[in-house]
Every structure is written in structure tokens, then in C-alpha cells.
Design a protein around this ligand. Structure first.
Ligand SMILES: Nc1ncnc2c1ncn2[C@@H]1O[C@H](COP(=O)(O)OP(=O)(O)O)[C@@H](O)[C@H]1O
Ligand SMILES: [Mg+2]
Length: 353
């Protein structure tokens, strides 16, 4: 199959920042972009590993940076499938860019559509939809920039997160707060830094899992569940998978042993999580593949934290990327996993592989 891999490389994002954002941001600027501003780009080695994996499966493949020129390149190359992993840099609809272009050009594109990607990037909108469909998720409120903060009746501890970020951007150890006073301080700080509304969410203190799922409709299949344990985090750290835990305390040289796959769960617990994840993906119209973050509440009920319809796919096991980890546990090599995702997408479009 002729495949175009659409990505947002770290290099590409830096360039995009220089060309489009630097002047605007610096003009209104009190502070430089936060240290985690570029947390999301794909590294060159990940991009090369994806291209190489597709080649090893006999596909004809080219990589396309999801920048201003991407629509022209896609129109010229006319791939039979666009494998989309492009997360973009700025804007509420940044993850929808490539699927939107593909819709316009009439090109099949792997993964969820523009609406689902945009909704899932907004944690508040996602939670509203989940609540409408009675899917458990932590109680929350949204605070908009400039709004007076009223936390009356809100239960603590709570966690404060930017409404539209991923990769633990804006979720630091200090995002967990124990009372209204520190919550207000933290909310103001996050709004200023991340230039967007924040959500304040009741803290779920049960076990945490991340769950990979692939396939559509009745073919949806949950891969072995990954559990996240906080035992190896520094003693004083809050029990969350924070930016520090993801990018600072866990390094390839000194990996934190925080994941277990398959997770220790009895049949009933596992089924409950699997059913929650399947229903979550169905109501949000997720396509082909996704990773859903789950945390148990004090009664042991799986609550949805968020969906990642463009899951990270770092190739090396020591990088602790959870979708590939789950696929590996299910017996798929990296190349087999990618080939399977493209196969699922091709089937959805009614294409022979
Ligand atoms: N309501 C919550 N209760 C407890 N922990 C939470 C809650 N929300 C988020 N967390 C912790 O913060 C981490 C990051 O939050 P998440 O919503 O998944 O954001 P990201 O998009 O950065 O992955 C989670 O993996 C979890 O450890
Ligand atoms: Mg998450």
C-alpha cells in the first residue's frame, strides 16, 4: 500500500513556532513559553522507526511534516492511506488538521476524524459528553480566563489541568492542591502560563490504568491493560503521572519501573474497565485506535480521565510508550502493530489491503 505518514516533528514545531508564533507571543508577552511547550513533537528517531516499520511490511511509504505545505504534498503524492500521528503546535483544532485536509482531498486517513480529535483535546467537552452518556468521570469545573473563581462546595484534594493539552503538559506535581486557597493560586498561574481555561477536578485516589483499544464497531478489541504504579516516584511526590514522572524522573538511562502489562486485575475488574473503555470510544466516535486513561475512584469504579486518539508510539520498549507496550504484550512487534492499525483503517474505508 502507498502510505504517507503525517507527523509533527520536534524540529517542525520549533520552525512553526519561529514562523508563526514567536512575534505574536513575544509582543503580548510577560514570560517565555513554558518549559513543556514543545513536549509533543515526534523525534526524528520515532519518525524513522515508523517509516522503516512500514517499509519492512512491504509498504511504499513517505513522511510528510504536517506544516503549511502538507496539503500540497498530499495532493501530489496521493497516498492510498494517510497514517496520521500529527499533533500540531497551537490552536484548539491542531490535531484535526491532517484529517480535515484528507477529507477535503478525498484521501483515506487512519484514526479518528476532526471532530473527535478536537473534542478529545478538550478535556471539559470530553467529560461533558461522557457524563451525558453516564460514563463515570471525576466531578469538575472549568475556570475561564478573567472569571471570578468560586470553589464553594468543591471537594479537595483536587487536580488542576489546562483544558486542552496532552503529554502531561501543564500537569506538574504541584497541580494537586489540598484546599481552595492553593487551588485559586494554582488556577491563576496555569491560566497565565498556558493561555487557556483550566479544569479543576476532584482527585481520584484509586489505581490508575491506561488502556489501548483498536478496531471499529463490533471488531473493537481492548489490548492488555497497562497499570501505573507510583511506588518508584520520589516519596514526597503526589501520586500522579505528572510531567516530571513522564519526562524528568523517567529517563532511558534510568527508567522508572512504573508500568505493568498485563495489569494485575481479576476477571471482573478487567471486564469493567474494558466495557468502560469500549463504551467511551463508541460514544465519542473514536476510529481505528486509541488509548484511554482510567483511574479508579474510592469505590473501585473505573473513571475516565481522558482519551488519547493519537497515542504516542515511541518504538523502544525502554521509552515506556503505552500503546506499543500493550501491543507488544499481545504479541505484536512494532511493525505488526502499525501494519494492523493501517489494516483496520483500510477495512473501515472498504479498501483491500
Ligand atoms: N481527577 C484525577 N484524579 C487523580 N489523578 C488524576 C486526575 N486527573 C489526572 N490525574 C493524573 O494526572 C495524569 C495526567 O492527566 P491526564 O488527564 O491524563 O493528562 P495528559 O493529557 O497530560 O495525559 C494522569 O495520568 C493521572 O495520574
Ligand atoms: Mg493522560
Amino acid at each position: 500500500m502507498r502510505i504517507a505518514v503525517a507527523y509533527s516533528s520536534k524540529k517542525g514545531l520549533q520552525k512553526e513556532y519561529k514562523e508563526h508564533l514567536e512575534d505574536i507571543l513575544i509582543d503580548q508577552e510577560e514570560e517565555p513559553p513554558p518549559s513543556d511547550f514543545f513536549a509533543e513533537g515526534d523525534s526524528e528517531s520515532t519518525i524513522n522507526a515508523v517509516l522503516e516499520a512500514f517499509r519492512s511490511k512491504g509498504h511504499n511509504v513517505c513522511g510528510i511534516e504536517a506544516d503549511d505545505r502538507a496539503p500540497f504534498k498530499l495532493a501530489k503524492y496521493r497516498p492510498e492511506m494517510v497514517f496520521n500521528v500529527a499533533e500540531g503546535l497551537f490552536g484548539d483544532f491542531r490535531e484535526s488538521y491532517i484529517p480535515m485536509v484528507c477529507e477535503r482531498l478525498g484521501l483515506p486517513c487512519s484514526g479518528s476524524g476532526p471532530l473527535t480529535l478536537a473534542v478529545c483535546l478538550n478535556k471539559a467537552r470530553t467529560k461533558e459528553i461522557l457524563s451525558y452518556h453516564s460514563i463515570p468521570n471525576a466531578r469538575f469545573m472549568t475556570v475561564f480566563p478573567g472569571e471570578k473563581i468560586n470553589l464553594e462546595g468543591f471537594k479537595f484534594p483536587a487536580i488542576i489541568k489546562p483544558v486542552a493539552e496532552g503529554s502531561s503538559k501543564g500537569i506538574f506535581d504541584d497541580s494537586v492542591v489540598d484546599d481552595a486557597k492553593s487551588a485559586k493560586r494554582r488556577i491563576a498561574e496555569k491560566i497565565r502560563k498556558y493561555r487557556q481555561p483550566v479544569i479543576v477536578e476532584e482527585f481520584l485516589d484509586g489505581r490508575e490504568f491506561t488502556v489501548a483499544i483498536w478496531g471499529n464497531g463490533k471488531d473493537a478489541e481492548v489490548l492488555p491493560i497497562v497499570s501505573i504504579s507510583y511506588d518508584e516516584l520520589p516519596e514526597t511526590a503526589h501520586k500522579i503521572y505528572s510531567y516530571e514522572a513522564k519526562w524528568v524522573w523517567d529517563t532511558p538511562e534510568k527508567p522508572l519501573d512504573i508500568f505493568k502489562c498485563p495489569a494485575d486485575l481479576d476477571r471482573k475488574e478487567r471486564k469493567l474497565i474494558e466495557d468502560t473503555v469500549k463504551k467511551t470510544c463508541a460514544v465519542l466516535d473514536v476510529r481505528d485506535w486509541c488509548r484511554v486513561d482510567i483511574r479508579l475512584d474510592s469505590k473501585g469504579i473505573p473513571n475516565v480521565l481522558e482519551l488519547n486518539p493519537l497515542p504516542g508510539i515511541l518504538p523502544n520498549p525502554e521509552d515506556n510508550s503505552c500503546f506499543p507496550k500493550a501491543a507488544r504484550t499481545a504479541g505484536y512487534t512494532y511493525a505488526e502493530m502499525l501494519d494492523r492499525i493501517v489494516g483496520i483503517a483500510a477495512k473501515r474505508y472498504g479498501l483491500g489491503k
